[in-house]
Design a protein around this ligand. Structure first.
Ligand SMILES: [Fe+2]
Ligand SMILES: [Fe+2]
Length: 267
């Protein structure tokens, strides 16, 4: 059965509305995106955040995230968490950690009992296997043997799969962004050969892009906070906000489109 879901990423929230990491009002822009999603007339089944939920991984930052989303800790990884935000009432969300999310604080605040070192976990939805992969807490992705063996076993069930992750895995031809890709990325590529992977959704680069890996769509997304421009050097910028609506049709074909949200007034 066809369905859609939402991707958002890289919220870099502080500890309160007044806390502005890098001088950027991350709380206001995050809520502008959430407002747009909550009052959208479209139907979607769940929401995924691909990490960097907070800017500094303090208990108060995660508490603030839970307050904004009116969200309780989840029982098991990878969730879902259920939020109450506008018309999104007890709405399922899946939250991945990024390099800004200290894993211990992430698990302590967002899960009842889960104390894993990494969030490598999967969930199934309408015949699709959603596989969450954790490339670690550094700027550059780290390919662990544990993550790779988890991926291989998760793909073994034969269902069409969507991979969800924070770090980027495909070069964009921009050296300062491509250096975040794990050194031994070829081992990851090899793992996907001959598998039924519908798409790969990433965060981390704070910029929207669409590329391919051997025919698999690889989709990056602009941060709900500050953005980078894809240029030869690091350029932070203020641009309209993005979220992505991903649709998987009855034939398990994945398509997506970007919804642009104006920056809140006064920025
Ligand atoms: Fe980020
Ligand atoms: Fe990141």
């Amino acid at each position: 059965m066809a369905f859609s879901f939402i991707q958002i990423t890289d919220h870099h929230l502080g500890e309160s509305a007044q806390d502005q990491p890098f001088g950027y009002p991350a709380s206001a822009t995050f809520q502008a995106v959430m407002d747009n999603i909550a009052y959208s007339s479209e139907d979607f089944d769940f929401l995924v955040s691909t990490g960097d939920l907070v800017n500094r991984p303090t208990d108060d930052s995660y508490r603030y995230l839970k307050t904004i989303l009116n969200m309780q800790p989840a029982r098991q990884v990878p969730g879902p968490h259920f939020i109450r935000y506008g018309r999104l009432w007890d709405f399922p969300v899946y939250l991945l950690p990024g390099n800004h999310d200290d894993r211990k604080t992430f698990f302590n605040n967002l899960y009842d009992d889960e104390k894993s070192e990494f969030l490598n976990a999967n969930f199934q939805h309408k015949g699709v296997n959603f596989i969450c992969l954790d490339w670690g807490g550094l700027d550059r992705g780290e390919l662990s043997n544990g993550m790779l063996s988890f991926l291989e076993s998760a793909l073994d069930d034969g269902l069409p799969a969507v991979l969800l992750m924070h770090h980027n895995v495909v070069p964009l031809g921009v050296p300062w962004l491509d250096r975040f890709i794990a050194n031994d990325i070829d081992r990851f590529y090899k793992c996907l050969e001959g598998r039924n992977v519908l798409g790969i959704l990433c965060g981390h680069l704070h910029t929207t892009y669409e590329t391919h890996l051997d025919g698999i769509p690889v989709l990056g997304l602009r941060s709900t906070g500050f953005q980078f421009r894809v240029e030869g050097k690091l350029v932070m910028s203020l641009m309209p906000l993005h979220y992505r609506i991903v649709t998987i049709d009855d034939h398990f074909h994945l398509t997506s489109r970007i919804i642009e949200v104006p920056l809140p007034a006064g920025l």
